[in-house]
Design a protein around this ligand. Structure first.
Ligand code: TYM
Length: 334
């Protein structure tokens, strides 16, 4: 079977970008016959950025409830918290020892932090923790510990998957064929969902639309999306518009083409935003109700996560890790 795996960092409230880039395609993939799915909460990754324990816990609960509300079936897929799979940090160390430091120097998130320090005249590594530097190695361990074939992600994660392939290849070269080389699975038309200001929707830019914002908030946020100042009746460039890109991520092909025509015909921004709001709300409303019901039962979510971690370790993680220990010359603990 094909193993599909993806994770979300538990550092905040899930937003529309997470939904269209990862959650929606992953849940769809999990329903495909012959697919074995692994979906997890990247809570070890969260520690790189978040030092408030309550925030990690809150975000874990929110993201878990989001996966379940969006249709993930915990008895048909592997669903777990990264930090409960103790094999992951162990494998991360093995991979650290085959990862080229030069490759990590080029990782986007680390490089952006260095560039920012430089621009501000600081020491280039000022206030950068080693966790940020090692981020791609930990992520490679997430993927390789279950030998996933496909990883549904947004475009921002492609480089990380390429690095995981690189580390896997080096490990295989040194120790024999243990890992399959994972591939990113990108939905072309939603590869990067823009946020309110037109940049990539991201927690770090504070430009997100929370996936389960109450209806009125959702509407307000959509109406606050930045547009150009073209008047009603003036032709608008669909491909350059955030409103259009968001619409496209939620609409069918035929609806999208009609909207493209409406842009050319000079639809008013208010009208385009109203159509966008209605389209998103129609898809999200039923999920929002389930989300709210789930958030009222945190103990149930907790039980699902614990059970998921135990089962996936027993079925997949533990034995594989022991074979990797042997491969590098350490004692097999089983
Ligand atoms: P994270 O938590 O930043 O985002 C989770 C997923 O949402 C996607 N995404 C977007 N997609 C389209 N448009 C956007 N504006 C947008 N913003 C976020 C991301 O591409 C991602 O798929 N490092 C990962 C979490 C992770 C992981 C893994 C993923 C840890 N280990 C192993 C896959 C496999 C991250 O921080 O994603």
């Amino acid at each position: 079977s094909t193993r599909v795996l993806t994770g979300i960092t538990t550092s905040g409230t899930p937003h529309l970008g997470n939904y269209v880039g990862a959650i929606r395609p992953a849940v769809a993939a999990s329903r495909t016959p012959g697919v074995e799915s692994f979906y997890f909460l990247a809570d070890l990754h969260a520690l790189i950025k978040v030092t408030e324990p309550e925030r990690v816990q809150r975000s874990t609960l929110e993201i878990a409830a989001t996966w379940l509300a969006c249709g993930l079936e915990p008895d048909k897929v592997w669903f777990y918290r990264q930090s409960e799979i103790v094999e992951i940090p162990e494998l991360a160390w093995f991979l650290t020892c085959v990862a080229g430091k030069g490759i990590l120097n080029r990782a986007h998130a680390y490089k952006a932090a260095v560039d920012k320090n430089r621009a501000e005249g600081e020491d280039e590594d000022a206030a950068i923790n080693a966790g940020l530097f090692m981020y791609p190695v930990l992520m490679a361990a997430d993927i390789l510990v279950f030998n996933a074939h496909q990883v549904p992600v947004g475009r921002d994660q492609i480089q990380h998957i390429e690095m995981a392939r690189d580390f896997a290849q080096r490990f295989n070269h040194l120790y024999g064929e243990h890992f399959v080389l994972p591939e990113a699975l990108i939905e072309e038309h939603v590869a990067t969902l823009p946020g309110l200001d037109g940049r990539k929707m991201s927690k770090s830019y504070d430009n997100t639309i929370p996936l389960f914002a109450p209806r009125e908030t959702l509407k307000k946020l959509i109406y606050s999306i930045v547009t150009d100042s073209r008047a009603p009746g003036e032709a608008k460039d669909a491909d350059a518009s955030n409103v259009f890109q968001l619409y496209q991520a939620f609409a069918s092909g035929a609806e999208t083409e009609r909207m493209r025509q409406a842009f050319a015909d000079g639809i008013a921004w208010g009208e385009a935003k109203q159509a966008l709001f209605e389209r998103i709300d129609a898809e999200i409303s039923p999920l929002r109700e389930r989300y709210e019901a789930l958030m009222a039962k945190p103990a149930e979510i907790e039980a699902i996560l614990r059970d998921g971690a135990q089962r996936v370790r027993r079925t997949h993680g533990m034995a594989f890790m022991q074979s990797l220990r042997s491969a590098v010359g350490l004692r097999d603990l089983s």
